[in-house]
Structure formats: structure tokens, C-alpha cells
Design a protein around this ligand. Sequence first.
Ligand SMILES: Nc1nc2c(c(=O)[nH]1)N[C@H]1C(S)=C(S)[C@@H](COP(=O)(O)O)O[C@H]1N2
Ligand SMILES: [Mo]
Length: 252
Amino acid sequence: MSVRVSRRAMIRTGLAAAAGASGLAAAALASRYGLIPPDHGDLFGIGETLTYGSQRVLMATRSMAREFSRSEISPVAPINGNPPESDDYQQLLAREFSTWRLVVDGLVAKPASFSLVDLRALPSRTQITHQACEEGWSFIAEWGGAPLSTVLDLVRVRPEARWVVFYPFDEYWDSIDIVEARHPQTLLAYSMNGGDLTTGHGAPLRLRVPRQLGYKSIKYLSRITLVDSLDGVENGKGSFSPEIGYSWYAGI
Ligand SMILES: Nc1nc2c(c(=O)[nH]1)N[C@H]1C(S)=C(S)[C@@H](COP(=O)(O)O)O[C@H]1N2
Ligand SMILES: [Mo]
């Protein structure tokens, strides 16, 4: 039997109900099933664990972000932040990214790097999805690229890998879990609204994670690395976002 329950209702009742409404019991349960987000010790603490844990346990991990029709594409797509100023990035831009390569390494059997030509040769997917910034604005756009899962298959992810970490050419960095990384809508996007990705929107390649807020969709990608723990990665919180007051998990 399948019962349709609203997303909010599920999140509200979620793990708290399963654990007898006790936050600590919920945390113990979450820990047992590997559902602790990497920034659990932070500001959001127990609430973060409940949100991430509830969504991972109760929402089918395959739930899809809404996709829209072409007529719903926003006429204006705002840009958040300036393109990286680093010499590395500026030189690649000057050569129209012909010498750029995406490095994929870490807990993989076959570390590799991919040029834009390589990525464009992979099976592609387009999706018209909504991108919402935590600052309160949003837009709908069509994104095209290679599913991240295709690239993960090519490098052969080792079974112990649990997190995928993304490094761009600016100071951002972030990570997602393997469930999110393997989701069919999680895209390495090289096109937007039918054209090449512009510099502002993240050229040459950006991540699109349409089930989470815009800040998880890292632009200007340089390297992707697979790890079994985020403890030793940068600040140990899975993302730079907790440093500026935002949670690692940004599910919507
Ligand atoms: N590398 C990098 N990725 C980034 C950002 C950034 O400044 N640098 N901004 C993030 C934020 S806060 C949002 S809302 C989206 C904005 O994407 P857009 O500029 O294409 O609208 O990109 C995200 N990815
Ligand atoms: Mo944002």
C-alpha cells in the first residue's frame, strides 16, 4: 500500500516520531543508520540531524525535483557572485577553457581528468528546474550536461566512499552524500538555456543539485574528490557554508 503524505508532514513527524519525540533518541537512531550530517555539531545541531535524517529515511531517496516546461523559463536569471579572480581561472577563460580539465580523484579505482570535449561526448541530459538562493530570489532555467553518476561510474567509485567533495576556482567548496550524487537530476552542467554556460553562471562547468538550495550548486568546477569521511577535509563540516551561518544540508 502506498500512502501519499505531504512533504512537510513527513519532515515534521519524521525521525522525531520514530524515536519517541526525543531529540537525543533521534540523534542516536540517526547515528546508527549513518544519517548524521557533517555539520551536526554546529549552530543547527539537533535540528539539522532531524531534517537530514528524516529526509533520507522517509523521503524516497529517488524523489524528484519538479521539472518545468520551456515556457516557464525565467526571462531573467540573476547571477550570484563574481567569477573567480585567480590567475588559474583567468588564463583558462582567456583560452576559452580549451585547456581546462576536471580532475576526479580520491576513493576511486580509476582517477581521471575530463576536458569539456570529453564531458560533451558523454550521454547528456537536460532539465528545466528551479534554482532558489538562500537570499530570497530564484529562477527557472534549462540546464544541460552529464549526470554526475555517469562520471562516477567511469572512475569507478570504491565502496567505502561516502561523500563527494567539489572544489571550484574560488573560495567556495562543498560536498554531497553518495545518494545525492547518484540522483538522476544531479548534473555536471556545461549549458544553460540552450547555450554554453556563461562565465557568470559558472563556466566551464557547474554542479546542479536541484533538490537543494542554490548554494549547493557549485560553479567554476576544478576538482571532484571522493572521501569516506569529511573530518579531515578543510573545516571538517563538509562545506564552507556553516562558517557563514548556512547548513551543509540545504534540501528543499
Ligand atoms: N564557486 C561558486 N559556486 C557558487 C557560488 C559562488 O559564489 N561560487 N554561489 C552560489 C550561490 S549562493 C547560488 S544561489 C548559486 C547562484 O547561481 P547563479 O549565479 O548561476 O544564479 O550558485 C552557487 N554556487
Ligand atoms: Mo545563494
